[in-house]
Design a protein around this ligand. Structure first.
Ligand code: NAD
Length: 485
């Protein structure tokens, strides 16, 4: 099949064959012990290779991070902030190349890949504006008790494939701003944009501060087990999160786990189906549904159920799906073959259970891992599509009769990342939102994240939080200093 000329131009300009991307260890660009192929999900073909770090190279990276940490921590907070702000400039200067890499490796349309780079820079800027000052907990005739926060040492970061930069850069910022150094392992499916960023960042940071090693799941396990790493910040599936927790137990590492979600949205009877259809559609289908906090279950009051299904199905049928370099494309492919199979298997299960398909329901008849945007109704809450996290462009729309029932069904999940409630009476909707067992509950919006507000999952969606001073403190050791008067 002919690919869009812009894709060819991106590949020509990036010159990934002549100048392959490298590991970053101790300030140096290093070749891996071997190289592995990276596949473009829009073609299902490899288009580049990435370095596979050996366990010895992981040790080198951790040792370099450990050596660099005391001097980095000794720099004043304001100086670390300035260094990190230079990384935001780097992201913005290199935006187009990074966006090309994201589209090639992850599949999302180029304008959305550009947004991802810009968002990573904006989150960085908002995060570094924060501070974790010393707090006075008590001051009286007996003396003064202060709460300080100290860096932990070396942070290990492990990231997934759905947002290769926006889930990687903030971990680097949390770790470095708070005086830690870091070793990052990006997803083997989408290592390239992160590797490029880390490689270019070396010129702006002291050697050993930011190290990046790419490789498979075993490398992730070795990172989580490593005795010289004090904390793991992991974003990925709940299944892997449990393994990371077990691997970290040997050295009682601090953990931030940002895991899966099966986010519910509740549409109350006073909502306006036409007004909410587009934002609901975006919140379920953006990034082809591959967002941890996308809407994955939509509970609609029975009076509006038909109208909402219809409005969503219209959009699902009309939306432009295709390769990320094709102009006008809104939704790209599912990122990898395994995930593609999982989503199709979930759709088969829905078909066997007699679901009604309002739109989509099958793979697109073209190369690559494309699935037609799918809107389904008539499923019970114990069907796979409702009970599991599908992580694809597929939305079940469920009907409810009273609000208590909707809240109970929304909460009947082991996950609790985010949720939303939609209705004209905002205070009433906010009261319902307050009953959702989640980390973030929104009214008349979803997919909401602000780098100065804490973000973290309830129940099995995670442990700890990122963003805001609260998120920064998860990368630090609370340290009470108690001095008599
Ligand atoms: P994944 O869990 O398969 O992989 C994530 C990372 O973990 C990869 O780098 C992988 O190599 C590594 N890994 C795998 N096995 C490991 C092990 N035993 N020890 C250490 N590391 C290991 O996740 P994924 O499929 O890449 O990403 C999709 C999942 O991520 C979805 O469940 C999604 O909801 C979740 N996610 C969560 C958030 C959030 O903030 N809560 C954000 C984005 C994605």
């Amino acid at each position: 099949m002919e690919h869009h000329p812009m894709r060819a131009e991106a590949l020509r300009t990036l010159r990934l064959d002549d100048t392959p991307l490298m590991l970053s260890i101790d300030g140096q660009a290093r070749e891996g012990e071997s190289r592995f192929e990276v596949i473009d999900p829009a073609t299902a073909q490899p288009f580049a290779t990435a370095p596979e770090a050996s366990l010895a190279q992981l040790d080198e990276a951790v040792a370099a991070a450990r050596r660099a940490q005391p001097a980095w921590a000794a720099r004043p907070w304001a100086e670390r902030r300035q260094k990190l702000l230079a990384l935001a400039d780097l992201l913005l200067q290199d935006l187009e190349s990074l966006a090309w890499l994201i589209t090639l490796e992850q599949g999302k349309p180029l304008p959305r890949a550009r947004d991802e780079v810009a968002r990573a820079a904006a989150q960085l800027q908002r995060l570094v504006a924060l501070d974790v000052p010393v707090e006075t907990l008590r001051e009286d005739a007996q003396g003064r008790v202060e709460l300080h926060h100290r860096p932990l040492g070396v942070v290990g970061a492990i990231t997934p494939w759905n947002m290769p930069l926006v889930l990687c850069v903030p971990k680097i910022v949390h770790a470095l701003l708070t005086g830690n150094t870091i070793v990052v392992k990006p997803s083997p499916y989408t290592p390239l944009s992160a590797l490029r960023f880390a490689q270019r960042a070396q010129a702006l940071l002291p050697a050993g501060t930011l190290n990046m090693v790419s490789g498979g799941n075993d490398l992730g396990r070795a990172l989580a087990e490593h005795p010289d790493i004090q904390k793991i910040s992991f974003t990925g599936s709940a299944a892997t999160g449990r393994k990371v927790m077990a691997s970290s137990a040997g050295t009682l590492k601090r953990l931030t786990l940002e895991l899966g979600g099966n986010d519910a949205a509740i549409v109350l009877p006073d909502a306006d189906p036409e007004a909410i259809a587009q934002p609901l559609f975006n919140a379920a289908f953006a990034n082809s549904g591959q967002i941890c906090m996308a809407i994955k279950r939509l509970y609609v009051h029975e009076r509006l159920h038909g109208a909402v299904c219809e409005a969503l199905a219209q959009r699902a049928k009309a939306v432009a799906v295709g390769g990320g370099f094709e102009p006008g494309v809104v939704l790209g492919p599912v990122q990898n073959a395994a995930q593609h199979r999982i989503v199709l298997g979930i759709l088969d299960d829905a078909r066997e259970r007699g679901a009604r398909f309002h739109a989509g329901g099958q793979a697109l008849d073209r190369e690559g891992y494309f699935i037609a945007p799918t809107v389904v109704s008539g499923l019970a809450d114990d069907s796979r599509l409702v009970a599991e996290e599908p992580f694809g462009p597929v939305l079940p729309v469920l009907s409810f009769t009273d609000v208590d029932e909707a809240v109970q069904r929304a909460n009947a999940s082991p996950y609790g990342l985010t949720g939303s409630v939609w209705g004209r009476d905002v205070p009433a909707a906010a009261r319902v939102a307050a009953r959702l067992e989640v980390g973030t509950a929104s009214v008349n919006q979803h997919l909401w994240l602000d780098a100065q507000i804490p973000f973290g999952g309830a129940k099995q969606s995670g442990l700890g939080s990122e963003y805001a001073a609260q998120g920064l403190k998860h990368y630090m050791q609370a340290h009470v200093v108690n001095a008599p008067a």
